[in-house]
Design a binder for this molecule. Structure first.
Ligand SMILES: Nc1ncnc2c1ncn2[C@@H]1O[C@H](COP(=O)(O)OP(=O)(O)OP(=O)(O)O)[C@@H](O)[C@H]1O
Ligand SMILES: [Mg+2]
Length: 389
């Protein structure tokens, strides 16, 4: 389909746009207004039947019952005209306000505008096309002219419907999603630099592994052997114990460093295992859902691994969260990884190098990074990487 929203689709060239599913999706979207319309009609009948005093009391009760249902309905049908996922729901007082906003808008204004719009733009041309049937008394020539005019008006109708459907979707998104929480795409660039950086990283990892680490292992063993030759109560023995301990410590730190530069688990056992490995070392408890990933192309695994590492490092350093969750799934040739936390929010790629660095990495594998982090939280970092192998 190419475009992510109906409004984006309008910018395509006419043949592409008219052949796409977007006009039809918008028709389906606007037709959905029959549901709130029917609900309003039922409400009016119920109030009418109840009579003046009781009926007036019934209005707020019906509205209160309808608000969450209508908000949910709007949220679900929004996907027809806007495929960008909505950010997580904000906490309750704000969420309530937003639900009421969208329900009031739908009940009092939008549903009938949608249906009138559909009636004029689609009903008009359809009636014209059917002129020979509905107006046989007009004569064959006039009826034929009417039919041709109707056919010519259909593409115009496609544009009008898509424009209104898209605009309505944008309004609903603006009311439902907290300001600043849009899954804003983080700038991506410097793809070439990242590639060079990746090569350099591999070299450093190999150098550390084959050079410094082997020397430290040898040093540690020599110190251990030397210690065996020295009587337990001599001062040299104490010094050798300390030195041996230091060497072991240095080795452990070096191993940790190498793991940060390059994860052996990732190379050996794949992304799912590597995600569980980083999550297990996070100071904030992390729920992991990354089963059934299988093996993916190496660049995809490495990139996704760095995203999870950086996002979890950020959770530990900045979020103040009590829990975090990582999910990784593949569907339709795309790997989608999400890292969310229940912390304070307010992540801003402009304030550090971590998130923009990830965006650079993603550019190399044609992936996309989105961050949603309104003040007050929650924070959601989402990446999508094409991984058809
Ligand atoms: N999960 C989060 N919760 C709250 N704030 C966050 C979160 N992640 C990032 N931030 C905020 O966004 C800023 C940018 O994050 P980024 O990872 O780009 O940089 P950093 O972590 O500060 O530094 P580094 O370059 O070492 O990664 C952080 O300084 C922090 O204020
Ligand atoms: Mg960071």
């Amino acid at each position: 389909m190419g475009n992510r929203t109906a409004l984006e689709a309008l910018t395509r060239r006419p043949p592409g746009f008219l052949r796409s599913a977007w006009p039809w999706r918008c028709v389906a979207y606007l037709l959905g207004s029959v549901v709130p319309g029917a609900a309003v009609a039922l409400g009016v009948v119920a109030v009418g039947l109840a009579g003046p005093p009781a009926g007036l009391l019934l209005v707020p009760v019906l509205l209160a019952a309808a608000v969450p249902l209508i908000a949910r309905f709007e949220r679900v049908r929004l996907r027809l005209v806007d495929t960008v996922p909505l950010p997580p729901l904000p906490p309750v007082p704000d969420r309530r306000r937003r639900e009421i906003g969208v329900a009031v808008m739908t009940v009092f204004a939008m549903w009938w505008i949608d249906l009138v719009m559909l009636g004029f733009t689609v009903g008009g041309p359809v009636l014209l096309i059917l002129s020979p049937v509905v107006q046989p008394e007009a004569g064959p020539v006039l009826a034929a002219v009417g039919s041709v005019a109707g056919v010519l008006l259909l593409p115009v109708a496609a544009y009008t419907i898509t424009a209104w459907g898209g605009a309505r979707g944008a309004i609903v998104r603006a009311v439902l999603a907290p300001a600043g929480s849009e899954l804003g795409e983080v700038m991506r660039s410097r793809a070439r630099l990242v590639d060079a950086f990746e090569t350099e990283r591999r070299r450093i990892e190999r150098d550390l592994h084959d050079g410094a680490q082997q020397r430290l292992v040898a040093l540690s063993m020599t110190l251990g052997l030397a210690r065996l030759d020295v009587p337990d109560d001599s001062p040299t023995a104490r010094m050798l114990d300390v030195a041996h301990g230091e060497a072991r410590q240095a080795l452990a730190e070096l191993r940790e460093l190498i793991r940060g530069v390059h994860s052996q688990v990732l190379t050996d056992r794949g992304l799912g295992a590597a995600i569980r490995d980083v999550a297990g070392r996070s100071p904030v408890p992390v729920d992991v859902d990354a089963d059934e990933l299988g093996r993916l192309p190496a660049p995809v695994e490495v990139t996704a691994y760095y995203v999870v590492s950086e996002a979890l490092a950020n959770v530990a350093r900045h979020s103040g969260a009590t829990r975090a969750a990582v999910t990784a799934r593949t569907a339709a040739g795309t790997l989608a990884v999400e890292v969310r936390d229940d912390g304070v929010g307010g992540a801003d790629p402009a304030r550090g190098t971590g998130l923009t660095g990830l965006a650079d990495r993603l550019a190399v594998v044609a992936g996309r990074l989105s961050v949603s982090s309104p003040p007050g939280g929650p924070t959601l970092v989402r990446v999508e990487i094409p991984c058809a192998s």
